[in-house]
Write a new protein. Structure first.
Length: 163
């Protein structure tokens, strides 16, 4: 004689097992990284006293765009020049960038928004979806190099910042 649980007992056991599974697996997922940065489209770089935040070029299909982001420094400094090159799909330099006047005074621990200076960037090789290598030249801190994404000015998130 075999003892088989009744149909209602099996249903209760399945419901309890399902509830426990939900409770156990509900806590699974990506663990906090401890990184204080908010995910965003731009890139960040720290070099010496200089911090560059949220750097991105917003460009149109013709290769004309604007540079966006924030410059910070632990000491007074001046951004005197920005230069660089557009990358192709393999991240190989494809063509020099033409960058408008880019002098920005940076006070110690005072953020300076790059987009307020309306720095334009252009090259026939500058394409949304690719990247560009930029060199920020500071009077005191020297050169800071960074690769930044090139975003499409037609994207709704960037229509007010691009050309």
């Amino acid at each position: 004689m075999s003892i088989r649980p009744s149909r209602s007992t099996r249903s209760v056991r399945l419901a309890v097992a399902a509830a426990l599974s939900v409770a156990v697996f509900a806590g699974c997922g990506a663990a906090p990284s401890g990184d204080p940065n908010t995910p965003a489209a731009g890139v960040n770089v720290d070099q010496g006293p200089v911090q560059l935040r949220g750097l991105v070029i917003v460009a149109n299909a013709e290769g004309r765009g604007t540079l966006n982001g924030v410059v910070l420094s632990r000491e007074d400094d001046t951004l005197t020049k920005i230069s660089g090159a557009a990358h192709d799909a393999t991240m190989t330099p494809a063509g020099a960038l033409s960058v408008s006047e880019s002098t920005i005074q940076v006070g110690a621990n005072q953020p300076a928004a790059i987009n307020r200076s309306r720095i334009t960037v252009s090259s026939p090789d500058l394409k949304p979806g690719f990247t560009a290598r930029l060199v920020f030249t500071f009077e005191k801190a020297g050169d800071v190099q960074v690769t930044v994404p090139v975003l499409d000015s037609e994207h709704p998130d960037f229509q007010t910042t691009g050309n």
